[in-house]
Design a protein around this ligand. Structure first.
Ligand code: GLN
Ligand code: ZN
Length: 764
């Protein structure tokens, strides 16, 4: 029996990797220095794992940006436009991740998508008819060389071929089925290369097995692995799954010659049933994912032990995490300011390593005092309760969730009321958080400047950006969100019920990390949050200023939720708090209010059968509750950071917002066809400028995208906007891009046939 993890965070306990990578991008350090920083982080992680008594250290989970992009580059899945840049391997890799622009070349980045039901993003591998799949990458082998210099018990990990083919985007005639042979050959080649190491285990990650599988999916999986596992290998192979259970293929997995199978006992609703009813073969090792890889709460030892002892596996058992620890912060001990009554209940990556060790001891009947102190923790947990909040939730009736009059009627009233030109231009909310903005915030937090000075600085920023937007010719303005760093953190800090960390960063994509707040008690709004900033901005201009809020589902999904009440209860509490803010904004003269639901799609269950019952049935009403009480002339916008809602378009329309903006510029515009097919009623602003890349789109390019949108959607339904907030970008690139955006919208307007909404004056 042993202990193991699926993977470890890599951004660095103090975000060292983020800092080094961003310096490298700005050419402030060279590749050698970047790689040295990376190697130091790997060595530190491995040492931690070894010290914690894990049976093997984990190699292959490190990445400069994303593991799926690593795999694509290992296998030469690098679109020609990036190869043609003639850069070295790492720069070609970053070009795919971030886009590339110089005097001669300009290429967009690969699309970024959420990794299963997490807030981590992967880059979508792109395979065309010319893609020549073969092993060309070196990083995995370099990492193994480094690891074996210091350790001898090593597990390597790699994303598997099935998940690769499931998530890849095929742009030519050839489809996944046409690439089976070269993919199998490439994995066999990897096996051969790995044979040169004294590797204990190869962990092949196949999270795509937790989706609903068809019989064709099953056949593909079995076909791939029959051949790959045929290749001689001296290490053992663990087929690792996570984010759910493998009910559609469990028996088949047992029949394949894997040496180990990794199952998720936390999110896998059926995992326990599968193992106990169907059994588990004596000649395989079960990697039991029992320590939660996604939450931040302490493991309840007795329940975990009960579960482990019930399993029909004894010696061949590995106590493991349910997912890679990539999704949790590093170390609770770094939270020196956190209330100890809260802190004692928390467990981050380092603590989870210790929990694995404790569980191992307890399983073997040692150190039973560990179980007692653990039990005491759970008995004494006290989440702050607010009876008024509980009552308000309990008193809600169906009417509270319905906005009247219906949207079609509101649309007419609002067009009349706002008199916006066709194709109104707006942004998603935030403007670049320049150095002075971050400095001002940090000086205020350190007490170096007064609240009055801090507020004045923000006001000056708002004034400047209102003027800039007026000059640039935007139709609906924003105040710029200079007072917020992370939006969820900002709302959390201003609501009752949340607690905060200082260093609990979790990687979101590439060098970006977020610090999710922790929902600890009942949630309510005790004072106005955004009203001062929005009304100040509105006082400076005759154009409408859009109020900017974060929606309840996103606040919930981007926080670490409490687990003692249901998600529905938590999210309804948050919805009521945000409703208070919406009504306050409206009362103070803000008549366009955006309620961001950037993360609504993220927690959509991976299996269709669970979509409504486990999620949409409470998530959609929560959003509706937030805006159900506003006047017909108040226009409610929402924003989503993706366009993968093809399957839930009716649910998105069912949010009953007046306008929605979403990401579309990196991906193709096929979502528009789907909107049309579903008779989508909400007005839409598909992003026409990809803000996840430093690249500046030209007016012609944006004009082309607007043209494509208008070929499919009626002009009176379309808005023109970037695809997300601009806070992470640099001002010069943003300003030029936005000027091009407004110019493109105006150019399109001028080309439109005259219509009754068309105002030639403001179109000039
Ligand atoms: N209003 C937010 C912003 O502009 C939205 C951010 C997001 O969708 N992630 O920053
Ligand atoms: Zn967004």
């Amino acid at each position: 029996m042993s202990t193991s993890i699926i993977g470890f965070p890599r951004i660095g306990e103090n975000r060292e990797l983020k800092r080094a990578t961003e310096k490298y991008w700005k050419k402030e350090i060279d590749q050698k220095e970047l790689k040295e920083t990376a190697d130091q982080l790997k060595l530190k992680n491995w040492q931690k794992q070894a010290d914690a008594g894990l049976s093997w250290i984990s190699v292959g989970d490190f990445s400069f940006f994303d593991n799926l992009l690593d795999l694509a580059n290992l296998l030469n899945i690098i679109p020609k436009r990036y190869q043609d840049l003639n850069q070295d391997a790492l720069d070609t890799y970053f070009a795919q991740a971030r886009g590339y622009q110089d005097d001669q070349a300009s290429v967009k980045a690969l699309p970024l998508k959420k990794w299963f039901n997490t807030n981590y993003h992967y880059l979508v591998p792109e395979i065309d008819d010319q893609t020549d799949i073969k092993v060309v990458g070196q990083q995995l082998f370099d990492d193994l060389d480094l690891a074996f210099q210091h350790h001898d018990q090593v597990k390597a990990s790699l994303i598997g071929p099935y998940t690769l083919l499931k998530l890849a985007h095929f742009t030519g005639q050839k489809q996944a089925a046409d690439f089976i042979q070269p993919v199998v050959a490439a994995y066999q080649e990897i096996f051969k290369r790995l044979n040169q190491y004294d590797l204990a285990w190869l962990q092949i990650d196949e999270p795509a097995l937790v989706f609903d599988l068809s019989s064709a999916d099953r056949e593909r999986f079995i076909g791939l692995y029959k051949d790959i596992l045929d290749q001689d290998h001296e290490f053992k192979v663990n087929l690792q799954t996570y984010f759910g259970d493998v009910r559609d293929i469990y028996s088949e997995l047992l029949d394949l010659p894997f040496d180990g199978i990794g199952l998720d006992f936390i999110e896998g609703k059926e995992t326990k049933r599968l193992v106990s009813e169907i059994g588990f073969p004596d000649d395989k090792v079960l990697f039991a994912g029992v320590v939660n890889g996604k939450n931040i709460w302490r493991n309840h030892y007795q329940s975990t032990l009960d579960l482990l002892k019930d399993l029909p596996v004894k010696d061949n058992l590995v106590i493991s995490t349910s997912a890679s620890l990539l999704h949790v912060p590093y170390n609770v001990d770094n939270e020196v300011d956190l209330d100890p009554t809260v802190k004692q209940h928390l467990s981050f990556a380092y603590q989870k390593l210790a929990e694995l060790k404790d569980l191992y001891s307890l399983y073997h009947g040692q150190q039973s005092e560990l179980a007692q102190s653990n039990q005491a923790l759970f008995e004494n947990i006290q989440h702050p309760a607010d009876p008024a909040v509980t009552k308000r939730v309990a008193d809600l009736t169906d009417q509270d969730f319905i906005r009247l009059p219906d949207r079609a009627e509101r649309e007419v009233v609002q067009k009349q009321h706002f008199q916006l030109p066709e194709l109104p231009t707006t942004t998603i909310g935030s403007f670049p958080q320049t150095k002075d903005v971050r400095q001002n915030r940090s000086r205020y937090r350190k007490g170096e400047i007064s609240k009055a000075e801090y507020d004045q600085f923000i006001k000056d920023k708002i004034k400047r950006i209102i003027r800039w937007q007026e000059e640039a010719g935007f139709d609906v303005l924003v105040h710029g969100e200079y007072e917020r760093n992370d939006m969820v953190e900002y709302f959390g800090e201003n609501l009752e019920g949340f607690v905060f960390t200082k260093k609990a960063w979790v990687q979101s994509y590439g060098s970006r990390a977020v610090k999710p707040p922790i929902i600890w008690g009942d949630v309510s709004r005790k004072h106005p949050i955004s009203v001062a900033a929005s009304t100040y901005a509105q006082s400076l201009t005759d154009k409408p200023v859009k109020g900017m809020l974060t929606g309840p589902v996103t606040i919930f999904n981007w926080s670490f939720p409490r687990e003692d009440i249901s998600p529905k209860q938590s999210v309804t509490q948050i919805a009521l708090a945000i409703q208070d803010e919406v009504l306050d904004l409206e009362e103070h003269g803000i008549h366009i209010i955006q309620i961001d639901e950037a993360a609504l799609r993220e927690k959509l269950p991976l299996r269709k059968t669970d979509w409504f019952s486990d999620y949409l049935d409470w998530a959609v009403p929560a959003f509706k509750l937030v805006h159900s009480q506003v006047q017909p002339t108040t226009q409610i916008h929402t924003h989503m950071c993706y366009s993968e809602f093809n399957d839930i378009i009716p649910a998105i329309d069912g949010l009953d917002a007046d306008v929605i903006s979403f990401e579309a510029s990196r991906s193709d515009l096929s979502i528009i066809d789907e909107l049309k097919a579903n008779n989508f009623q909400t007005e839409v602003g598909p992003g026409v400028y990809d803000i996840h890349s430093p690249r500046i789109p030209t007016q012609a390019e944006i004009h082309g995208i607007i043209g494509k949108i208008l070929a499919k959607l009626p002009v009176d339904k379309v808005w023109v906007n970037p695809d997300c907030g601009l806070k992470t970008r640099a001002e010069d690139e943003v300003f030029t891009s936005l000027e091009n955006l407004v110019a493109a919208a105006r150019q399109t307007r001028a080309e439109l046939p005259r219509s009754k909404n068309y105002d030639p004056v403001s179109a000039l």
